[in-house]
Design a protein around this ligand. Sequence first.
Ligand code: ZN
Length: 250
Amino acid sequence: MEFVDTHCHLYEPPLADDVDGVLARADESGVSRVVVPAYDLASWEKVMVMKEHPGVHAALGLHPWVAGEPLDSARLRDALRECGAVAVGEIGLDAKIESPSMETQRRLLRMQLGVACELDLPVLLHCRNAFDELIVELREFAPELRGVIHAYAKEPMLAQRFLDLGMHLAFGGAVTRPGSKAGRSVEMVPETRLLLETDAPFIGLHEVPPEQVEPRHVREIAGTVATIRGTTVEAIGRATTANARSLLRI
Ligand SMILES: [Zn+2]
């Protein structure tokens, strides 16, 4: 059985304090590949260090929370090529924060979406309270743009709008919480667009606090997804691994 954690901040403590242990435990659970997205510019170097571990893949980009950091398209393009990144991320829009402004976030997002299309890389998207705004931006780059709405935890109707734009949806710890909206979306996403992730160490599972979550928990998330969809964990592993491998070309 094989799984891919398509979103894990492996360079953050406590994961960073025991990367070899974290990856060994992941491997024992069948989680053989981990995608590590950057956050701010300072994290780019950390991502490149993580990428040296077998089974670890890099994504570089600038998160909306740090949209004020200086980044131009040439620097992003060069860094993505240099480190053999499998995606641009994580990037997106967040209206829950007041600063950086939506306009600053939008400008940065557009630049990064453009580079992703130019290099034919998928994007890893973060979004809070700005889904309509995000859809407007994604439409500008459809249908060339490929990508993932990471940690998707909203209702099926919104999920459908992202599916219509060709996006994949990645589900994490939120689906393990009884009665979650994410659970209803898990039911309706076509098998070919389904991905799994932990976003460790930032999102907990029903009975695991965020700081204890590791890539190995993807197997548990897959178990919940399998129960919701009325299938086996093996089938979910097979489908989501195939999806991750073809989207990220890993
Ligand atoms: Zn993240």
